[in-house]
Design a protein around this ligand. Structure first.
Ligand code: DAT
Length: 174
């Protein structure tokens, strides 16, 4: 018996929109593997310098891609990251861009400890729909979906919606 092919899913969007919350829950409900790029980079020290302005290490994108490629080729991975044009296009079958209202996002990031320019820039990133546009450029438009992520009800309906897309993908590819 051959294993059924499973899709790779990219969960992207501005920091604070709820990627990790959704990604972990989705992994639990589907059995897909959840990978947080920030955590992966930290564990493997996949960095290339330090960003003084934002006070954070700079991701070594090539090493991140090398590290994950084998797993991605197998399928069944959920990737969580606040950017999307560093990954090979061929990796992903479904791309989800989570969106949060500005005031809501401001409150979430503030309670995470973001202040000043870092807080302003991230809220502005959401206002300008930077990540959505990045996703639409990096992937085929048919696989890019925006979903609202403001309330616990949104979380539930997003889970149901994404599970439906996964099932459909598996029907179409097995
Ligand atoms: P991200 O991984 O995109 O940075 P997160 O999952 O850490 O975001 O969530 C940021 C905060 O927002 C966290 O306190 C949980 C909360 N949150 C996430 N999804 C939510 C939703 N659908 N409704 C209300 N709060 C949510």
């Amino acid at each position: 018996m051959t294993t059924r092919k499973r899709p790779n899913i990219l969960l992207t969007g501005t920091p604070g929109v709820g990627k990790t919350t959704l990604g972990k829950e989705l992994a639990q409900q589907t059995g897909l593997t959840y990978i947080n790029i920030g955590d992966l980079a930290q564990e493997g020290q996949l960095y290339d310098g330090y960003d003084e302005e934002y006070q954070c290490p700079i991701l070594d994108e090539d090493r991140v891609v090398d590290e994950l490629d084998e797993k991605m080729v197998e399928g069944g991975v959920i990737v969580d990251y606040h950017g999307c044009d560093l990954f090979p296009e061929r990796w992903f079958h479904i791309v989800i861009v989570l969106r949060t209202d500005n005031t809501q996002l401001y409150i979430r990031l503030e309670s995470r400890g973001y202040t000043g320019k870092k807080l302003q820039d991230n809220v502005q990133c959401e206002i300008f729909q930077t990540i959505y546009e990045e996703a639409m450029e990096a992937y085929s438009k048919e696989i890019v979906h925006q979903l609202p992520s403001n309330t616990p009800e949104d979380l539930e309906s997003n889970l149901a919606q994404i599970m439906q897309w996964i099932e459909q993908w598996m029907k179409d590819h097995n």
